[in-house]
Design a protein around this ligand. Structure first.
Ligand code: FES
Length: 118
């Protein structure tokens, strides 16, 4: 992980339901924090690369989320759609330190609508 990233605490990992999400408002728009059953935490823009659906309302399974609108599956680590769909959601470095969820917002990477790169 890039040591030059400045980290901003946005809450506690306990605030995020397991296999669920919580949305935080940032200068980059709404960021959905996802927590897996294994307590891994990921941060994606709350906007599906397909048609802007709210990924925070999707179903988390493994390290992926299924969009509630048309069921695209998005990889939580990269923000990329799982094939055959192509596209990527904006994503942000995230870490958990002593139970606090921290975002590296300055390293936020915007998504793309169907271009296929992460
Ligand atoms: S908006 Fe997410 S699959 Fe269509």
């Amino acid at each position: 992980m890039d040591q030059s990233i400045s980290w901003i605490t946005v809450g506690s990992v306990e605030d995020i339901p397991r296999q669920g999400s919580r949305v935080v408002r940032t200068a980059y728009g709404d960021i959905a924090l996802f927590r897996t059953v294994a307590d891994e935490v990921y941060a994606l823009e709350d906007r599906c690369p397909h048609a802007g659906g709210p990924l925070s309302q999707g179903i988390v399974h493994g390290a992926r989320v299924t969009c509630p609108l048309h069921s695209w599956v998005i990889d939580l680590a990269s923000g990329e759609a799982v094939g055959p769909d192509e596209g990527c959601a904006g994503h942000c470095p995230v870490r958990v330190v002593d139970g606090a969820v921290q975002l590296g917002l300055a390293a936020f990477r915007p998504g793309c609508g169907g271009c296929g790169h992460g």
